[in-house]
Design a binder for this molecule. Structure first.
Ligand code: T1G
Ligand code: NAD
Length: 697
């Protein structure tokens, strides 16, 4: 045994306790401790063995921090086979989340008891991996092929009660797990219950059509990912091969996953998401303010969704609109959203009604006199926002947090419109706000530390992934997007078509092509933002020409059914429009641009490297705390493929020297204005360092 794994005998029961905070991950020391304990039990006079964990959860998986490093014995599959081979009954007592290798450990035990609040799951696919310690062979033997594939391909944990129905857990209790588990183990020993080795069971065979149907669906549910196909092969093997052969092949495919850059990217994101929650320089015990009530100003596209985020977390919300008619419209948007969630079985009727009941409306700011937090989401007009913050300054109680949902505006200037700039920051949600997980938390120059820590903690409470940004035009995400959209428009006018530019990025892995995204967001939003800027600040005229002409031709995008594409009023299905091609060719000629064939590789590199170059500039300015934060922003807010790890991880994977060489080539061809390499890029290449190494500074 060791510090992390303890073994005692309690009567005729050998009790193995794992205690490796925070989540009892199966580090080398835990594996060694478990092996020593099970061997000790094999040799003593106990009749049965119980494995349980201290702390907030049963084993939540292999220790992800050990991945990518030389693998140390004992190897998990061997350890679990030894536990299963025990001549004494072994019982697992599950609380919290038994995930990945943790659930596989429980599956190697002969019986499983769980708290009703516990969950079990195999989330390896979210790390670009597969259950590599027997899970792909044992689960089908216990619960059949389809349930196994759903568990492994979704990676979503299931509650203990459902696991019991599925034959994965034998007993569910609602309290005092250790006592219940001890009693259960003693019962089994006293009853001389059989030693049930799952590996000795036979998995039901199913028609091969089941596997081909699932393989076909992978293209939709996990587009571009490689691990899901390997998972299907493993589960198929469980129905056709003896356990040992199936497990041998599982290991080979697991190693293939581990060597796959996709897994490195997804593991990077796992830790980047957790790092993003930490504000550099802000200690974990920074005090926080209470937030038990929220006010939202503006009940439009964003205000309604934002209100639902808080109501869904049980926090009462007051939605303030400019007048009764606008309020009615705002509340009906919310009603439609809830009806949609019920229709898609995301929420039960009762839960939707309960959450909706927490949202009330008002047209007078006095309704906000006692709320703990106010979020402004009115038109993107800086003067209107400053006026509203000056009014909030008078209406709200001392200590209330005042936030703006602006997409671009200067949060320092908005804060300066109040006598309490220390209570002001940006909370930039993404549309649709009740669905998108990303929240850019914009730290203004005078934002108080307890305001920042309050909002970072609150974001977790409302199910958001928060990333801190400094103040600049467009913060992290929208600022980087400008170069991305610029290159999309330039590729279009230089020779592409909406379909070809979109296909290049979609096939590369983006959730949606840039031209379709522009139509979705509304071409008028960008047009108004450009019109608000001085001519000289609007950037490359060739990049704005076509969208400007479309807006002036009242082609605003999906919102009025015509943009770069036309959209079916019923189905919203998009179709190409030869009129747009004619406009592109006409405007290219007017600008003296000779259109040419543009290969997908060039389109991809121009758009993605524009993101990367601006990302490096943002890091150098300290607008983003670390490269991983930018990756989290793009994966959770802009449909960047998670299996590529985000733009900054991707740049490191490609090699910063290759990125710089390509940018230099683009500078040669297209000029300094759009393609001056970020000084930090040149510096890191000269020093032969990666962004990840730079981030560890
Ligand atoms: N390994 C190492 N560290 C881990 C970890 C793990 N498996 N899980 C969590 N942590 C760290 C995390 O980085 C954070 O650290 C702290 O624990 C709290 O986590 C062979 C190959 C369990 C649901 O994928 O889903 O088994 O930031 O902030 O919100 O088949 O963590 O505080 O320094 O997320 O309460 C499969 C991953 C591994 C589960 C808890 N297992 N973990 O959520 O806390 S692959 C997983 C989670 C595997 C086998 C294969 C969640 C959680 P820090 P947290 P939380
Ligand atoms: P919207 O036009 O859909 O809604 C704005 C609402 O504000 C309208 O209902 C209007 O009646 C209300 N309003 C205007 N003046 C008001 C006042 N004085 N008091 C109370 N209510 C008032 O706009 P939207 O798309 O929801 O955008 C709102 C804000 O969120 C903008 O700053 C925008 O940049 C930002 N944002 C938008 C998106 C998006 O995708 N739409 C995403 C992130 C952030």
């Amino acid at each position: 045994m060791n510090d992390l794994v303890n073994y005692v005998t309690d009567g005729k029961i050998g009790v193995i306790t794992v205690n490796n905070p925070p989540v009892n991950a199966l580090s080398q020391a835990v594996r060694q401790g478990l092996l020593d304990a099970i061997r000790t039990a094999a040799g003593d006079d106990t009749e049965a063995v119980l494995i349980h964990c201290e702390g907030r959860t049963f084993i939540a998986g292999a220790d992800i921090r050990e991945f990518g490093k030389p693998h140390a014995e004992p190897f998990l599959p061997d350890l679990l086979n030894e536990i299963e081979a025990s001549e004494k009954i072994v019982v697992a007592a599950i609380h919290g989340t038994a995930l990945g290798g943790g659930f596989e450990t429980a599956l190697a035990c002969h019986y499983r008891i769980a708290l009703d609040s516990a969950k079990v799951g195999l989330p390896e696919v979210k790390l670009g991996l597969l259950p590599g310690a027997g899970g792909t062979q044992r689960v089908p033997r216990l619960t059949g092929v389809e349930a196994s594939l759903e568990l492994m391909l979704s990676g979503t944990p299931i509650p203990a009660a459902r696991a019991a129905e599925a034959g994965l857990v034998d007993r569910v209790v609602n309290d005092d797990l250790l006592a219940e588990a001890m009693a259960y183990t003693q019962q089994l020993a006293a009853a001389n219950a059989p030693i049930r080795r799952t590996s000795e069971l036979t998995a039901e065979s199913v028609d091969d059509g089941v596997f081909s149907a699932v393989s076909a669906s992978i293209g939709k549910r996990a587009r571009g990912q490689t691990a899901p196909t390997r998972i299907v092969e493993c589960v198929r093997n469980a129905t056709t091969m003896p356990f040992s052969d199936g497990q041998k092949r599982e290991r080979e495919l697991f190693d293939e996953c581990m060597r796959d850059p996709q897994s490195a990217a997804l593991r990077h994101l796992f830790f980047a998401e957790r790092e993003a929650a930490k504000v550099i320089g802000l200690s974990r015990d920074t005090p926080m303010r209470e937030v038990n009530s929220v006010g939202i100003i503006g009940g439009g596209t964003m205000g309604g969704g934002i209100a639902m985020c808080f109501a869904n977390a049980g926090i009462p919300v007051t939605l303030v609109e400019i007048n009764g008619k606008a309020l009615k419209r705002g509340l009906s948007i919310i009603d439609d959203n809830y009806a949609g969630s019920v229709k898609r079985a995301k929420l039960s009727e009762d839960k939707a009604a309960e959450c909706r009941g927490l949202i009330s409306g008002a047209t007078d700011y006095s309704a906000l006199s006692d709320v703990d937090l106010v979020i402004e989401a009115v038109f993107e007009d800086p003067d209107l926002k400053k006026d509203i913050f000056a009014r909030l300054d008078k209406a709200c109680k001392p200590g209330a947090v005042l936030a703006t949902n602006t997409s671009y505006q200067d949060v320092n200037a908005i804060a300066a419109a109040t006598q309490r700039p220390q209570d002001v920051l940006g909370m930039h949600f993404f549309s649709p706000a009740h669905i998108m997980k990303l929240l850019e938390v914009v730290r203004a120059d005078r934002t108080e530390e307890d305001v920042l820590s309050t909002v970072m903690a609150l974001s977790k409470r409302i199910g958001k992934v928060a990333v801190v940004s400094g103040v600049c035009y467009g913060f992290i995400g929208n600022r980087m997007l400008q170069g991305y959209f610029r290159e999309a428009q330039l590729c279009l006018i230089e020779g592409g078509l909406p379909e070809s530019v979109d296909a290049a990025l979609y096939d590369w892995g983006m959730a949606m092509g840039p031209i379709s995204v522009a139509d979705l967001a509304g071409l008028d939003v960008g047009y108004k933002a450009r019109q608000a800027l001085a001519e000289t600040d609007r950037g490359d005229p060739a990049a704005n020409r076509v969208p400007d002409v479309l807006v002036e031709a009242n082609r605003l995008g999906q919102k009025n059914g015509r943009g770069f594409y036309t959209y079916d009023a019923e189905t919203r299905k998009r179709s190409s429009d030869p009129e747009v091609q004619a406009i592109i060719e006409r405007e290219a000629a007017a600008l003296g641009i000779e259109r040419r064939a543009i290969e997908p590789e060039e389109i991809i590199d121009r758009l993605i490297y524009a993101l990367v170059n601006e990302g490096l500039q943002i890091l150098a300015e300290g607008i983003a705390q670390r490269p991983g934060d930018i990756d989290v922003v793009y994966v959770y807010g802009y449909g960047f493929p998670a299996w590529r790890g985000g733009p900054m991880h991707y740049a490191d994977a490609i090699g910063l020297d290759n990125v710089l060489a390509r940018i230099e080539e683009f500078r040669e061809r297209f000029g300094d204005e759009n393609w001056t390499p970020a000084p930090l890029l040149t510096k890191l290449v000269n020093e032969g360092r990666t962004l990840a190494e730079w981030a560890e500074r």
